[in-house]
Design a protein around this ligand. Structure first.
Ligand code: GRG
Length: 295
């Protein structure tokens, strides 16, 4: 069965969006905080991380509608990282997901706090007891998300990214940045789906290999889109990496070679799934979509 990936992504995104809408329909004081959190969460992200988590869970034979809150928790962490990344102290961006950035609307202090609250709320959702998932699985998922996000994951990548602005191009540093800043959370999304689906070690290995490769390819494509994309389509100002003298694949290898590298990574990701049947078609489709995406 070939999976129409656009339909699949749309259906899973709708599940995540329904959960998020319900979540923020419950009153929390002060309203300004939940409004600022929801502003960025509902600004139109692709929901790739939660969808990866759901698709990975399905490869393990589960009905993914049961784990939507856990998948959505990953989107909370991702959205916090975008809000903080856009702050004046960091990338100082005015546009994200095609809309004014959080601090442009709510001011810096509220934007920082909205990011903080999104990060902590994610762990609160994962820690919430449920009859469906064993406590050990939830605990392992919490550990996975924490390590992908923190001092050995995304934040480490962000700090190295800052330290590398204006630096001499260096492939090892670039790989470190990509692996930590971007690939860590994307591959954790796949692994969390596998953990919640109680994957056996063979399945877990294969899914981890897939996650690592799509995670790396994702940032290479992101770097390429910053050069070749259209501001109105990518939802953030084109050319900002060049303006900030960021260490990127196009800067190091040029566009053509960068495209070839991304393609090789996507082939490796799909190869990692070779022992799976049609149940892994959505993951295969997502890998191809990530290569061809325009935003
Ligand atoms: C701890 C103060 C503090 C800040 C942390 C960790 C961090 C700041 C920032 C993370 C770095 C970051 C933004 C990495 C980029 C990853 C990336 C390519 C994001 C875009 O992801 P998409 O394309 O976005 O999935 P949408 O909008 O579709 O969700």
């Amino acid at each position: 069965m070939a999976t129409d990936i656009k339909t699949y992504l749309g259906e899973k995104r709708a599940l995540v969006d329904t959960f998020l809408n319900d979540y923020f329909s419950r009153k929390a004081e002060p309203a300004l905080l939940s409004e600022a959190m929801n502003y960025s969460l509902s600004a139109g992200g692709k929901r790739i991380r939660p969808v990866l988590c759901l698709a990975s869970f399905e490869v393990c034979g589960g009905d993914s509608s049961f784990i939507v809150p856990y998948a959505a928790a990953i989107e909370f962490v991702h959205t916090y990282s975008l809000i903080h990344d856009d702050l004046p102290a960091m990338d100082d961006d005015d546009l994200r997901r095609g809309k004014p950035t959080n601090h442009k609307v709510y001011g810096e202090a509220v934007a920082i706090l909205a990011g903080d609250a999104l990060l902590t709320e994610a762990f609160s959702i994962l820690a919430e007891p449920t009859k469906i998932l064993a406590p050990e699985s939830r605990l392992r998922a919490i550990a996975e998300l924490a390590s992908a996000s923190g001092m050995r994951g995304m934040v480490a990548g962000q700090v190295q990214d800052m330290l590398s602005e204006n630096a001499e191009p260096d492939e090892n540093t670039l790989r470190f940045i990509h692996r930590h800043k971007t690939a860590a959370l994307l591959s954790a999304s796949v692994r969390i789906g596998a953990i919640l689906g109680q994957a056996d070690p063979g399945r877990m290995n294969a899914l981890a290999g897939y996650g690592e490769n799509i995670g790396l390819a994702f940032q290479v494509v992101d770097d390429i889109l910053d050069v070749t994309g259209d501001t109105s389509v990518i939802g953030k100002p084109k050319g900002s990496d060049e303006r900030k003298k960021k260490l990127t694949y196009p800067r190091l290898f040029g566009i053509e070679r960068s495209r070839a590298i991304a393609e090789e990574m996507i082939i490796a990701a799909r190869d990692a799934l070779k022992d799976f049947g049609p149940e892994a078609d959505p993951l295969r489709g997502i890998a191809s979509y990530l290569l061809s995406r325009s935003h």
